[in-house]
Structures are given as C-alpha cells and as structure tokens.
Design a protein around this ligand. Structure first.
Ligand SMILES: CC(C)(COP(=O)(O)OP(=O)(O)OC[C@H]1O[C@@H](n2cnc3c(N)ncnc32)[C@H](O)[C@@H]1OP(=O)(O)O)[C@@H](O)C(=O)NCCC(=O)NCCS
Length: 149
C-alpha cells in the first residue's frame, strides 16, 4: 500500500467516526489496538458493515511482532461488547478456511462457527472456502466486563 493509499484509508476512518457522532451506523469506524500498559500500537480492528437489520461485521489484524500475546482476542471481546452496547442484534466475522490463527481468535472470543461457505472468495488467484463465525448478544458468554490485559 502506498503512503497516499494509507492516508486515504485513515481519512475514511475519520469520516466514519464523524458519521457515527452524527448518529449514523458505525460502518467503517476503526480502532487502534494498543498495549494496555505501554500504549504501544499493535494492530487494528474495525467495523466493515452495519446492515439495516442491525447486523455488524468486523475484522482485525495484529502486527507480526505482536502476535501470540492475546491482543486480538481481547480486542474482539471489547469490540463485540461495544457493538452490542450500540444495539447490534448479531456480530459476525468471516475467516478464510486456512486462517487457523484467526479462527482461534474467534473461538476464544466466544464466537460460534456457523458453517463454511465453499469456494466463496478468491485470494491471490486461488478460490477459497470461508468460515462464518457469529455471536448473539443474549447467548454470548463474554458479556460481562473483564480485567485489563
Ligand atoms: C489473526 C491474527 C490477528 C491472530 O493473532 P494472534 O496473535 O494469534 O491472536 P491473539 O492476539 O488473540 O493471541 C493468541 C495467542 O496468544 C496467546 N495468549 C497469551 N496471552 C493471552 C491472553 N491473555 N488471552 C488470549 N490469548 C493469549 C494464546 O495462547 C495464543 O497463542 P497460540 O497462537 O500459541 O495459541 C493474526 O495472525 C493476524 O493479524 N493475521 C493477519 C490478519 C488476519 O488474518 N486477520 C484476520 C482476518 S479474518
């Protein structure tokens, strides 16, 4: 990604936050994921879509040097809690079938694997299966606040 492309994405994040403040759905808003103690940046998570039926889809990534320490799992729990507080009736994420690290994050964060959509996407020229994970507010096991990591 070029500097210009990255700057454009950051501008889109800012625009999405302004829309949320103006009472529009949180589609496109993103959070930096930081270490709770040091404040150091480790990754990002954000809302890809918020449908007319109040279904929220989101995604996340952690920089390679910060993986393996639970940042993504904690970020997914906090983001999901925030989405439910905003009124989401369902939160879901899609995970490429061979992305075991991401599927593990989803499971640790209390998401249910609802199924796998075969040949649903194309990545680097290869057609791939995509797993579908979701949480519903009333059955999600991590609704209560937790201790800072
Ligand atoms: C998917 C991705 C975010 C997973 O990152 P991760 O660091 O493995 O996930 P977490 O931050 O939750 O860390 C989990 C690991 O930390 C360990 N861990 C340590 N402390 C922990 C804690 N307090 N809570 C949870 N896990 C903890 C876990 O045991 C696990 O280790 P393991 O991989 O050896 O089993 C990362 O691989 C990534 O950014 N990939 C590229 C982008 C991507 O695929 N995004 C998702 C698209 S759907």
């Amino acid at each position: 990604m070029s500097i210009e492309d990255a700057a454009a994405i950051i501008d889109e994040f800012a625009s999405s936050w302004r829309a949320l403040v103006a009472a529009e759905p949180p589609t496109g808003v993103a959070f930096a994921i930081t270490d709770a103690a040091s404040g150091g940046l480790v990754g990002c998570c954000g809302v890809d879509d918020w449908s007319n039926a109040d279904v929220a889809q989101f995604g996340y990534w952690i920089g390679p040097s910060a993986r393996g320490r639970g940042y993504a799992t904690r970020a997914v729990v906090l983001l999901t809690r925030w989405l439910f507080e905003l009124g989401a009736a369902r939160a879901f994420l899609t995970v490429e079938a061979d992305n075991e690290a991401s599927a593990a994050v989803a499971r640790r964060a209390g998401f249910v694997h609802e199924g796998t959509m075969r040949a649903h996407s194309v990545w680097q020229g290869e057609r791939i299966d995509v797993m579908w994970f979701a949480a519903l507010p009333l059955e999600w096991p991590m609704r209560e606040p937790d201790e800072p990591a």
